[in-house]
Design a protein around this ligand. Structure first.
Ligand code: SIN
Length: 284
């Protein structure tokens, strides 16, 4: 894809690119916004260094992409409830986003895009990894693609935010504030193979945090198939890994990726600011 206002430097073989020539302290022109949008669709996750991104700037860019979401369980900021300050104080283990997942697939219209800004990042550790669910789909055998083609998967937050097994979250033992919501026990259905609404590319749309079972099967029957797909899609060849610095931005496309926040920097603080942009349609 040709871009007229930015330079795009591919970072991972399967996904990921550094984008140069953007200054998020200023409002992006329509042309540059379109280039950034296209770079995201082309690379699935894009990275920017040395950005001064204000809270208002993050809200503004969020609105350019679509509708910023208010998380039903994790508290946002007072001024902009759509902005979540992801704070991991020094001395605590990381608990937010650790484990492979795609953001909020327990929503009927799952999150489309996430933008994470590094405010205070550790000198070492705290990297984030992304897996290309498109690359993974492309490498399935024809027989497997055929078997999965019409399957539907039930997603829910009932495991990830179960008040019995994650009581520490609701009891305020973490720096993020969690509030129980009935959403936790709801179930939604999404196709197992999804087609990207902009690129038209197909990807595997399951993740171990929120996918519960394949529709029409028990959890036990679904588990081997889902586990195979979790392992297959996160093999190192389909993954890129980003080393954070203060003032870095990562922006990822949840329609075709999973991600994993490392929990390997207990001695350091990490403070990020996150916004998610809602999907405007149900996945197909
Ligand atoms: C997330 O899962 O949205 C957070 C990722 C991170 O903190 O690196």
């Amino acid at each position: 894809m040709g871009y007229s206002t930015i330079e795009v430097e591919r970072m991972g073989a399967s996904l990921g690119a550094y984008v140069h020539g953007v200054d998020f302290s200023k409002k992006l022109s329509d042309e540059q916004f379109q280039d950034v949008h296209d770079a995201l669709v082309d690379n699935s996750v894009i990275f920017f260094r040395d950005q001064d991104l204000s809270r208002e700037g993050q809200m503004e860019i969020g609105h350019r992409f679509g509708t910023p979401e208010i998380h039903p369980i994790v508290a946002g900021s007072n001024d902009h409830p759509e902005l979540i300050e992801v704070l991991k104080p020094a001395g605590e283990g990381a608990s937010f986003g650790t484990g492979w997942h795609t953001d909020n697939t327990f929503f009927e219209k799952p999150t489309m895009i996430t933008m994470l800004y590094g405010i205070e990042t550790p000198p070492v550790g705290g990297d984030t990894m992304w897996a290309s669910m498109e690359k993974a789909y492309d490498h399935l055998s024809d027989g497997m693609k055929e078997m999965l083609a019409d399957m539907v998967v039930v997603h829910s937050a009932k495991v990830a935010f179960d008040p019995r097994t994650t009581a520490d979250k609701y009891e305020g033992k973490h720096s993020l504030k969690y509030t129980y919501s009935d959403v936790v026990n709801e179930e939604v259905e999404h196709p197992l193979i999804r087609t990207h609404d902009v690129s038209g590319r197909k990807s595997i749309f399951v993740n171990p945090m929120f996918s519960i079972r394949i529709k029409g099967m028990t959890e036990k029957e679904s588990a081997p198939i889902l586990q195979y797909l979790y392992d297959f899609s996160t093999q190192p060849e389909f993954v890129c890994r980003f080393r954070w610095q203060d003032k870095s931005i990562a922006m990822w496309d949840n329609r075709c990726t999973q991600h994993f926040a490392m929990n390997d920097y207990v001695e350091y603080k990490r403070l990020m600011r996150r916004i998610t942009i809602g999907g405007d349609k149900r996945p197909v």
